[in-house]
Structure formats: C-alpha cells, structure tokens
Design a protein around this ligand. Structure first.
Ligand code: CTP
Ligand code: ZN
Length: 171
C-alpha cells in the first residue's frame, strides 16, 4: 500500500495526527491528554463525572501515542479543570497534561505534578493508625515518598501506600 502511517492491526489510529481526527477540536473547555491507557473513566470520576451535570464529554481510549505506548484522552466541553483537580489527577494519571481551551486555542497547559503533601484525600491502610481510629481529630496527611512508581507515606504511622492502592482509593 502507498500509505506509510496506516492503522494498527486493531484498526486504531497509528499516530497522534490521526487521533485528532477521531474527535473534533473543542471551542472551550479542557483536554486531558496523555492519560495512561485504561484510566480515562477514573479521570472522569475524579472530575466529578461532568457528563452527569450537563457537560459534553469526548473520549479517546487506547490509541497509540508518540510519547507513550498507549493513551487515553478526555475532553470536557465548557468546563475548566481547577488547580486542585490537576493535583488529584497527578495521582491517577501522573503523565497527564491538562490543556485549557478558550475560543479553540490552548491558553494554558498544566502538567499533573504529584503534590508533596496530601490532606484528607487518601486514607491510611493501617487499622491501628490514629488517622483511622480518630478520624475527626487526626485528619489524614500523606507525604510524597516516591514518584515512579508513585508512593505516599502516612504522616502518623509511616505506612506507605503503593501506586495501585492510591489509584484504587481514588478511582
Ligand atoms: N485540542 C482540542 N481542541 C482545541 C485545541 C486543542 O481538542 N480547540 C486538543 C488537541 O487535539 C490535543 C490537545 O488539545 O489533543 C493539546 O493541544 P496542543 O497543545 O495543540 O497539541 P500538542 O502540541 O500535540 O500537545 P502536547 O505537546 O501536549 O502533546
Ligand atoms: Zn497511618
């Protein structure tokens, strides 16, 4: 065949250019790109399922990418993802980039960087931890202890949460 960039064997687009053809550009809102394949639905959940609140969503799942093997993309029309949501996104999609779109232009690109400290977002898995036994007087606090794979350590008892445990608590 005379086409060098064909679809993959599974019929999915073989590069980023073709990926953009699957879903149109949005006039205003947010594009969360470079989500690890399979995490798009967790990302939507983390954003509070905007599709249940009147927003239009477009999703691309499991496409090949030049930067990572396979990725998902989530577009939310008319909603700008907040800084706090970007921080949480870093916990389930550490390589994601959040593009804020206004009048068809990307006006801001925020990289999801895992925060050093997390308050009240994760729960300790040690049953004897004071943050578990006395939830009200000792709210959960975790410190970043590893980036790749992602790890957070409980301030009170030192228990470390693995990337998997972190994802499952959030998604
Ligand atoms: N995008 C969109 N609607 C727009 C503008 C951009 O859906 N009106 C999407 C693009 O399709 C792309 C993402 O937002 O998936 C980021 O856009 P852009 O920064 O233009 O693309 P890249 O340069 O490829 O981004 P990166 O460098 O992060 O890979
Ligand atoms: Zn603890």
């Amino acid at each position: 065949m005379g086409v060098s960039t064909a679809t993959g064997g599974d019929g999915l687009p073989a590069n980023d250019d073709q990926t953009t053809m699957l879903v149109r550009k949005i006039p205003d809102g947010s594009v969360i790109d470079h989500i690890a394949a399979g995490k798009a639905l967790s990302v939507l959940r983390l954003l509070g399922n905007p599709q249940e609140n009147g927003f239009t969503i477009a999703m691309v799942m499991n496409v090949t990418s030049s930067k990572m093997k396979r990725k998902d993309i989530v577009k939310v029309e008319g909603m700008e993802v907040s800084q706090e949501q970007v921080q949480k996104l870093a916990l389930i999609a550490p390589r994601a980039s959040v593009n804020i779109v206004r009048s068809y232009r990307v006006v801001a690109k925020r990289n999801a960087v895992p925060p050093r400290t997390l308050r009240g977002i994760l729960s300790c898995t040690a049953p004897t931890c004071v943050s578990v036994r006395e939830k009200d007087s000792a709210p959960s606090i975790f410190f970043l202890s590893g980036r790749s794979p992602l790890r957070y350590r409980c301030k009170y008892c030192g228990r470390e949460l693995t990337e998997k445990e972190i994802s499952s608590q959030l998604g």
